[in-house]
Design a protein around this ligand. Sequence first.
Ligand code: NAP
Length: 662
Amino acid sequence: MGKELILSEPIFDDDETIARALEEANTPSLLMAMVHLSGDASIMRGSVRPTAVTLGDDQGGLTPEQQATIRRRALEVLKEYRSGGSRKPPPPSPVEILEMMSFMVGGMVPEEYVPLVIEEIGIGEEDARALKWDKPVPPEVLGRFKVLIIGAGMSGILAAIRLEQAGIPYVIVEKNSAVGGTWFENSYPGCRVDVPNHFYSYSFYDKEWPKHFSTRDDLWAYFDEVAERYGIKAHVRFNTEVVAASFDDDTGRWTARIHGPGGAEEVLEVAAIVSAVGQLNRPKLPDIPGLGGFEGIAFHSAAWEHRHDLGGKRVAVVGTGASAFQFVPEIAKVCAELFVFQRSAPWMFPTDDYHDPVGDGQNWCLEHFPYYSNWYRFWLFWTLSDGMLPALTVDPTWKHLDRSANAVNDDLRLMLTEYVKQQIGADRPDLAAKVIPDYPLGGKRMLRDNGTWLRALKRPNVHLVTDRIREVTAGGVKTESGTGYPVDVIIFGTGFRADHFLWPMKITGRRGADLNQQWGDDPRAYLGITIPGFPNLFCCYGPNTNLVHGGSIIFHSECQVRYILGCLKLLLENGFAAMEPRQDVHDAFNARIDDANARRTWGMPGFSSWYKNSKGRVTQNWPFRLVDYWTVTRAPNPADFILREARRGTRSAPSQGPRRDL
Ligand code: NAP
């Protein structure tokens, strides 16, 4: 991985400097880097071995003595590498990689993860996820096949990079004045990622991250840098929105109506559209009576109004989701009074290094110790991968389904409840009663915590209000008990219109089908990417592709973009104009998704979340393993699609490929 972060060879630092740096290494990753660099598998035959990965342990259960042994041995391996002319051994075979992965995590990693991991951590072929053509496509055919990407956030930039590499022309339409999407828009105090950055980054572009969980500014700078480095920005129409797009049955092409700066309107004709608008794109204000009559300042967390100094102000925050969880501790330091209106409490899990910088030693290892960064990425991938899924799966025979999904889920609930109680201490039973969630762990997004949330709620100027909001008055917030909370500012941390995927655009497919009408608040797509009746419309981060149990949305986007490029290849290499998924394939897939989601914690009844629509169906989440999504999106199966030539009526019989079921 890290095509831009080339290993410095040879290593010039003295042994003492290296030894100091190794003190900060993640020892399971160091062990694997040693095996990889030396080619000496006997390192895995000794008594020093990581045990199973457990929550909160980032050293694989290795004792301090074992860690010291590994660090000493790593220095020897590095010295041998240096004295041998810094020559790398041949890459390990898939069988060896499987053994290394399993050894590292202290358990058996299923074989099906091997090709995924080789790609994800970049120890195989260069940038394996880039499109490879099998047949020559004439330049004039490629030249005519223009793609419109909607949105220049994380997925849009990625789609553009892959199209650029494939030589397919594209234009990006971006409503903001800059790239970065959610990391551009969300600038609230305390905004940061909650997936470690050495995994929450493109598999092909690493950088020296200042923090394990970087702040919004660093993330935005990363996406801006990638867009710059790959020459994407020149293709972006900034401050421009797609307002409508319609598919022409005769030509098999889309026309998109766009509004540019100053309201200038234009029409683009393209062969395909990639929607990269994200799921959390349009802020949602709650429907609270009296909101329009508030005489103070009110704004949404995703459109933070930095011009207002909150110092000395009385502030109300509505919501205690992921966004409020990050900004409340920050603004609590300056507000005179802060009223936090909580409808349901979030589950939080301990992450000590949540705000910590990446140490110089760790950075040295990432940059200079050959293969360390690759194996560290695997470590993060695995610890954030599919291991949690069984704990989030409903056991129908479990006696306490009102509070948990199964016995392990119940144990975790107990553990995290204790974690909360310990932080609060004995003197605030009132607070403990309010902040321990009453729904199963994993029902909503779990939030990373290093103690800042409860420290903030315990401040004398902060009040957690669980009484429901009845109305907003001219001077503040009134709850159902009739209590009034006079405030100067109301901040809504109330989330996004996640169930309206391409809203407010008007997307018209074959025979005039209106996508937003068809979907309502019940969006469905095949693999979250393609939709029957809407040929050549491809979604990134579409319906049922959000991750709750682990992973990184960048990983999922890389799966989607590879699949989309595979679809375009299918069209271009075979002379087709348009493709759409078969209705039966789409329906069967969605039935499997619904069945699986109903058996996960987030599909359990009795509580609401942005994952569920008004009927309680989970429209957002991927209920299977990461490796399952990777497997089904490696390449499109032609048999799943209706493929059309340019003129109406000339339809090809779908070629029969093997079916891949989840
Ligand atoms: P959210 O998770 O949807 O949270 C919205 C909050 O507002 C919830 O506490 C909700 O209560 C409350 N709420 C909504 N309407 C309300 C009303 N009328 N009265 C009182 N409370 C109301 O939104 P978010 O915090 O912006 O986060 C959305 C998603 O963005 C996250 O799940 C995550 O995927 C992503 N995110 C990620 C990060 C990160 O990586 N660090 C940071 C921020 C956001 P209920 O729970 O009772 O509905």
